[in-house]
Design a protein around this ligand. Structure first.
Ligand code: AMP
Ligand code: ZN
Length: 478
């Protein structure tokens, strides 16, 4: 039974969906004013793992992830780049989608953009107003938190702490306009610095506040109450706290059952920042000639509620972990013997599957999950000489089954196979292999060895099996 840590209760709880067998998930998506950094991507790898594991466990998942394409930063940066808001945010949205695809993150079912949902936001703001939770000041509309008695529940903040927190974040003009420092904006009246970015609506000329975007889009696609909401820990307060206040004030019911938050990624113990020179986007990792799926493995293998301290050395470590999986799979392709009836592979697989599920059911304990897989591989190695070709295929299928959750082994293996097939399709290589075969048949072992070494220089390892030569690549990950 799947258990997840719910930020709302600070407890690990049994996951019970609203509708049996179905799960609705909303994830706060990127604000598209720049390329995503590897910290942001950790948040999306976490959701991907959660989603893949839910699907693996038999749930039908509906995943919604928004794109924040209007806020202070997108407006400011588009103006600095002399681009319209749409042109500017389109560019970074596309870059984001490319990034998540290159990390083999499953695409969300729906990716709503904030600017395409202004009417829904206006409706929601009107509803909040009708219930008396908002007020207008200087043409902007604010949420009145003193009216919402549960405010701050998610962040476990008392009213006093809230005041201190909020006071630190606000500038003077904000404070003048608000009745209370904690009140947050639902609708921001147009200001000259917004330029062409505004919507003329029945609640005034302006643009939505950031928090209302997520309340409106999650409700539109998942309903007034849904199962899981995700984001990084920095979003607990104020963003998610405010989403709860808005939605519960409007619909008078619980908004979300399970709030899941991933911890942050640090680089060499420090918060990532461009000025410190420790800021990494995926293109920086690619420039260093690392396969991006290694980055997936790094982001995946630390439990989502632990701080991940990234260093460049992690890429080499991830490479050697991935290599273990791949050489295991490549080795299975070399099995050509009939096997032994004494080996109960089916039982070994079902034991391993049980252990993997036990680990993952415990709040996605990925470290134990991976460890159980390594134990399995170890056990198979011990019985290597007993495995039949069919059993080798069963083992491979099992690894691929688990990789429906992990998402890096199969794509790396497919890349490997493609590179191998490409090499084996070149005439020169084919000639060398058949020459070597002939030399061996003629018992000219000196010549055969010479060709073997020449092939090795070209990155190809030849192994002799009962059923002839088998070729593999020396470099298992490119
Ligand atoms: P943003 O594009 O700034 O709205 O952030 C997108 C997502 O990345 C949010 O869920 C943030 O909580 C998350 N996030 C931002 N910085 C980090 C970080 N250093 N480590 C992990 N998650 C982060
Ligand atoms: Zn959000």
């Amino acid at each position: 039974m799947l258990k997840l840590f719910n930020t709302l209760t600070r407890k690990i709880e049994i996951f019970r969906p609203i509708k049996q067998g179905k799960v609705g998930i909303y994830s706060c998506g990127p604000t598209v004013y720049d390329f995503a950094h590897i910290g942001n991507l950790r948040a999306y790898i976490f959701v991907d793992l959660l989603k893949r594991y839910l699907i693996y466990s038999g749930f039908k998942v509906k995943h919604v992830m928004n794109i924040t394409d209007v806020d202070d930063k997108t407006i400011k940066n588009s103006q600095q780049n002399n681009k319209s808001l749409q042109e500017f945010t389109d560019f970074y949205s596309k870059a984001f989608i490319k990034d998540i695809k290159s990390l083999n993150i499953k695409m969300p079912d729906i990716m709503p953009r904030a600017t395409k949902h202004i009417p829904e936001m206006v409706d929601l703001i009107k509803k909040i107003g009708k219930h008396g939770y908002s007020y207008k000041s200087e043409k902007s509309i604010y949420f009145k938190i003193s009216k919402f008695s549960d405010y701050g529940k998610l962040a476990q903040l008392d009213k006093q702490t809230l005041k201190q927190n909020a006071a630190g974040r606000l500038n003077i003009s904000d404070e003048y306009e608000k009745e209370q420092v904690n009140d947050f904006v639902l609708w921001k009246a147009w200001q000259p610095e917004d330029g062409e970015v505004f919507w003329d609506t029945e609640i005034g000329k302006g643009r939505p506040g950031w928090h209302i975007e997520c309340s409106a889009m999650s409700t539109k696609y998942l309903g007034e109450i849904f199962d899981i909401h995700t984001g990084g820990v920095d979003l607990i307060f104020p963003h998610h706290t405010n989403e709860i206040a808005q939605s519960e004030a409007a619909f008078k019911k619980k908004f979300v059952n399970y709030w899941l938050h991933n911890e942050h990624l640090l680089v060499e113990g420090k918060k990532m920042s461009k000025s410190l020179g420790n800021f990494y986007a995926l293109k920086d990792i690619k420039d260093k000639k690392y396969n991006l799926l290694l980055m997936r493995l790094i982001l995946l293998k630390t439990h989502y509620r632990k701080v991940l301290n990234f260093t460049l050395k992690d890429l080499d470590e991830a490479k050697s972990i991935a290599e273990k999986f791949l050489s295991f799979l490549a080795g299975l392709d070399f099995v050509v013997c009939g096997g032994s009836n004494n080996l109960d592979i089916k039982n070994m697989i079902s034991q391993s599957r049980k252990e993997f599920k036990k680990a993952m059911d415990n709040d996605l304990n990925i470290s134990s999950g991976l460890a159980s897989l390594f134990d399995f591989i170890e056990e198979v190695y011990k019985r290597k000489s007993l495995i039949s070709t069919n059993q080798a295929q069963e083992i491979k299928n099992y690894i691929f089954e688990i990789d429906e959750v992990l998402g890096f082994i199969r794509p790396l293996y497919e890349q490997y196979q493609m590179r191998l097939n490409k090499k084996l399709a070149t005439k020169k290589i084919l000639n060398m292999i058949s020459k070597r075969e002939k030399a061996r048949k003629n018992k000219d072992y000196k010549e055969a060895d010479k060709i073997r070494i020449d092939l090795l220089e070209k990155g190809i390892v030849i192994e002799d099996t009962e059923k002839g030569d088998k070729a593999r690549l020396l470099k298992i990950i490119d």
